[in-house]
Design a protein around this ligand. Structure first.
Ligand SMILES: [Zn+2]
Length: 342
């Protein structure tokens, strides 16, 4: 009889691994992999359980494989990412994360479950991701606040590290600590060309400075997210996309032509930064309908519990260079922008 696949509480999985039992990891709701910590079973006992044909692999961090070279040389090894599922949400990373969380070495045998019955405790890779997010989060505060004097006034700047991407984000704040009323917030995606050079191909620089002006006056937070160039495709690909736009593509088509989805950014980290700053309820300055939705995703909700009380639009003046770009954002991506008729 086929076992019903349901996500087990991760604690039960850890107990099973500590007790030397094999567990079943499920990816994408169907692919099942039998996993046992290296401390629990010799390869022979796992092979005996797997039956024929043998399909045994070892998953472990590079450091473990280097230190134990030779011991399991006959078994194919998968080197897992040191950040585990937070960087790579797949079965080998999930198995190694679970073994480490159980206090074991983090080296795990993987095999195909025999027959069609899932063995032992069953857990989904997504559940391992949620567990780690709840415990650790995606961002760490890495600096204490420091004064940042700007043309708009003084802010307090605090550095955050995104552990899944190594991006160095920053929050600039005025009016901390905040009272109970909803706090004005801008989540700004890095745009080197717009923010630093004042490129008129987009309105990022203008939006940033409008937000700084208003947030300095009313109190609030700007979360500046690095690694978001060109809606996540990177600076150089953004320059390539500009060339495509010059030959007639709009901003959405240009990204698609280069093989990227229109928007690759993940705003969940911003939610964690806002919670770290003690915010519970915010007024979000944005024209982008994705940002409030991204902050309210179920995957994120249990992590940061942010209430978005109000979405506050930022209106910038279109110019001859960015009017087509702004129109594409309004028409293709649902941004709330008023584009004047020519
Ligand atoms: Zn820009």
């Amino acid at each position: 009889m086929r076992a019903t696949i349901s996500a087990s509480p991760v604690e039960a999985v850890l107990d099973a691994l500590r007790a030397g039992d094999a567990i079943t990891l499920v990816a994408n709701g169907r692919d099942e992999t039998l996993c046992a910590a290296i401390e629990s079973h010799s390869p022979d006992t796992i092979l005996a359980r797997l039956g024929e044909p043998p399909d045994l692999r070892l998953a472990a961090p590079a450091a473990y494989l280097t230190a134990s070279r030779g011991r399991s040389a006959t078994i194919p090894a998968i080197v897992t990412h040191e950040r585990g599922v937070l960087r790579e949400p797949s079965v080998p990373e999930a198995a190694v994360d679970l073994a480490r969380l159980a206090g074991l070495s983090g080296a795990v045998y993987l095999g195909r479950p025999p027959g069609d019955a899932a063995e032992g405790v069953v857990v989904d890779v997504a559940e391992v991701v949620s567990h780690r997010l709840r415990r650790e989060g995606l961002v760490r505060r890495v600096t204490d606040p420091v004064t940042l004097p700007t043309p708009h006034g003084d802010f307090q700047a605090t550095g955050y590290l995104d552990v899944s991407t190594d991006s160095e984000h920053v929050a600039i704040v005025n009016g901390y600590p905040f009272d109970e009323s909803p706090t004005l917030v801008r989540i700004h995606s890095e745009c080197l060309t717009g923010d630093v050079f004042g490129s008129r191909r987009c309105d990022c620089g203008e939006q940033l400075h409008a937000a700084m002006e208003r947030i300095h006056a009313e109190g609030g937070v700007i979360v500046y997210l690095r690694g978001h160039e060109g809606r996540g495709i990177g600076l150089h690909n953004k320059l390539r996309a500009y060339r495509l736009q010059d030959s007639g593509h709009d901003t959405v088509d240009a990204n698609l032509e280069l093989g990227f989805p229109p928007d690759l950014r993940d705003f969940g980290v911003a939610g964690e930064i806002l919670r770290d700053l003690g915010l519970r309820s915010i007024r979000l300055m944005t024209n982008n309908p994705v940002k409030p939705r991204a902050l309210a995703l179920p995957r994120q909700a249990h992590v940061h519990n942010l209430e978005i009380e109000e979405v506050v639009p930022i209106q910038t003046e279109p110019n001859a260079h960015n009017v087509r770009y702004l129109a594409a954002k309004a028409e293709r991506m649902g941004h709330t922008l008023h584009i004047p008729e020519k």
